[in-house]
Design a binder for this molecule. Structure first.
Ligand code: AMP
Length: 172
């Protein structure tokens, strides 16, 4: 049910932000609070989100889902941000995206006294972004319970790359 509501709202933009990419725009979900709430509840009810004590939110669209889930489950949210955005002592790691390269960093302090995490993002494509976070967490000796995303692009096989339990609401 929720799957069809979500698919109806997601708009596709060919060749954005560069040629060959069929961009899935999830922003209309936010403009529909009933569906957005159903989605947040559904993601929060997954076994991965229930078992994890902490949430990693991925810059930037991941924030929109991770923070709402964090609030509803009353679990701490730690952000992974693009370069130049976070102050303090950082753990940084670079990665390849479906359309380019980037890097993500997490504040060391934010991970103190936290053992296990669910990673939350809007969409799983090649899995590069999530693998980057996973490398950071592993380096710090942290446990990854799994990944929760709204959309999974099956043909890119990100699920195989990330090598963790994955929960996705809609699949293309
Ligand atoms: P990847 O690292 O390849 O799994 O890419 C995942 C990240 O890139 C997510 O944070 C998405 O926001 C973004 N992304 C990648 N491909 C698309 C796409 N086709 N439509 C919308 N966002 C995408």
């Amino acid at each position: 049910m929720i799957e069809s509501y979500i698919k109806e709202l997601i708009k596709e933009y060919p060749n954005f932000p560069k040629d060959g990419i069929l961009f899935k725009d999830l922003m209309p979900i936010l403009a529909n609070p009933k569906v957005y709430k159903l989605l947040i509840n559904k993601m929060g009810q997954s076994s991965i989100c229930k078992r994890a004590e902490n949430i990693i939110a991925i810059d930037a669209r991941g924030f929109l889902f991770a923070t709402s889930i964090g609030l509803s489950l009353e679990k701490p949210v730690i952000v992974a941000r693009k370069p130049g955005k976070l102050p303090g002592n950082l753990i940084e790691e670079s990665y390849e995206l479906e359309y380019g390269t980037n890097a993500l960093s997490i504040q060391k302090e934010a991970l103190l006294n936290k053992d296990n995490f669910v990673i939350i993002d809007d969409l799983l494509a090649t899995g590069g972004t999530v693998s980057c976070i996973s490398n950071i967490l592993k380096k710090e000796g942290k446990k990854i319970i799994g990944l929760s995303v709204v959309v999974e692009l099956l043909e890119l096989r990100g699920r195989n790359k990330v090598n963790m339990e994955v929960d996705s609401i809609v699949k293309y």
